[in-house]
Design a protein around this ligand. Structure first.
Ligand SMILES: *Cc1c(COP(=O)(O)O)cnc(C)c1O
Length: 370
């Protein structure tokens, strides 16, 4: 069976380097917020092309830390999408703010600037003032940063990019994660840059804000044992940082391999019943996922499974329809209609950098028979 994602293959491909990094971290005798985390933070910020990155426990906490460092919390609303990992919406509530969920553009599955403009012009009654926009570069596809950036400037809103699926994607040649006041990353094992456990980071160009995020991740300490802010505990640990330093050196090559596999799938899907992902002009995606669209998803999924090909659904239920959120979350005027249609039709094909050419060929052959 070809798995939809395969973090074990990612470890095996780099085993000698990763094992050496783990041994170094263990031998150091220092396991929390030490040299490995400091070095990773510098290397990741330099790779991204920003001033600072602050490592933390996971991608959800990265969003909480970014919001809190920017002063977004109780009394603020934050606009994001319902078509995302639930973490995006959960983090807004964890920070004490109120989410308002915007529909997606159905071709690219990312935040629809038209619905965002409409909600900014006429916010739902009872919603606190919208202070920030948190678009998600979903599946590794950059959002329309021109349109969303223009709305943020017009309404004086903070832009925070959720880059959990988009390490290395570019918009008009510039790295996503460098457009707003902050960007957040997850290093969950299957992400483009994946640890072998949990991890996350906030990236910021502003040193003072990064210092604030760094303090908040550890009880609000700037000096040990003295809390300036009421913080939390969400640290990246030394072992994961050591592993991430190895993985970071191979990230650009891994993203190139993802793009090559995506191009092979594009070719195999010409004339097929499965629609390939659309490419937004100006965007250079990194294919965290390769998401097709099907009107007959269950049958296509079963046919692929019979051919030894595992698939995924990202995501089967929009956040606003899930039990924890249903009937209590504000929506934009489009009422997330495209989101609901997409969630019933999207189908993710296997995609990870260590797939062999033979495996890619097997998937392509199966696609041609659909
Ligand atoms: C994975 C993910 C997150 C959360 O990351 P965790 O490390 O699992 O907390 C947030 N947003 C998006 C879009 C994600 O894909």
């Amino acid at each position: 069976m070809i798995l939809p994602a395969n973090p074990g293959a990612g470890y095996r491909a780099l085993k000698p380097e990763i094992d050496a990094a783990i041994a170094r971290a263990l031998d150091s005798g220092w396991y929390i917020l030490g040299q490995e985390v400091r070095s990773f933070e510098q290397e990741f910020a330099a790779w991204l092309g920003t001033a600072r990155s602050v490592g933390c426990g996971n991608g959800t906490d990265a969003i909480v830390l970014a919001l809190r460092a920017l002063g977004i919390g109780p009394g603020c609303a934050v606009a994001t999408v319902s078509h995302t990992a639930v973490a995006t919406v959960a983090a807004i509530e964890m920070a004490g703010a109120v989410p308002v969920l915007i529909d997606i553009d159905p071709r690219h599955y990312t935040l629809c600037p038209v619905d965002l403009a409409a909600v900014l012009k006429a916010p739902p009654p009872g919603l606190p003032p919208i202070k920030a926009v948190l678009p998600v570069h979903l599946y590794g596809q950059p959002v329309d940063l021109d349109a969303i950036g223009a709305l943020c400037r017009q309404y004086n809103l903070l832009l925070i990019e959720d880059c959990a699926q988009a390490h290395g994607a570019r918009w008009h040649g510039q790295m996503v994660g460098t457009f707003g006041a902050a960007a957040t990353f997850s290093f969950y094992p299957t992400k483009n840059l994946g640890a072998l456990g949990d991890g996350g980071a906030v990236a910021m160009a502003d040193e003072a804000l990064a210092d604030r995020a760094a303090a908040l991740r550890q009880y609000g300490w700037r000096t040990h044992y003295i809390s300036d802010d009421a913080g939390m505990n969400s640290r990246l640990d030394e072992l994961q940082a050591a592993i991430l330093r190895v993985k970071l050196r191979h990230l650009d090559a891994a993203n190139d391999r993802r793009r090559a596999i995506a191009a092979a799938y594009d070719a195999a899907l010409v004339g097929s019943a499965l629609a390939p992902p659309a490419r937004r002009p100006g965007a250079d995606p990194v294919f965290h996922l390769y998401v097709t669209r099907s009107r007959d998803r269950a049958a296509h999924q079963a046919a692929l499974r019979a051919g030894g090909i595992g698939t995924g659904i990202h995501y089967p239920q929009p956040v606003h329809l899930q039990p924890a959120y249903r009937d209590r979350i504000a929506l934009g005027p489009a009422r997330c209609r495209e989101t609901e249609i997409a969630s019933s039709e999207v189908l993710s094909l296997p995609l990870y950098p260590e797939m062999t050419d033979a495996e890619v060929g097997q998937v392509c052959a199966a696609l041609r028979q659909l």
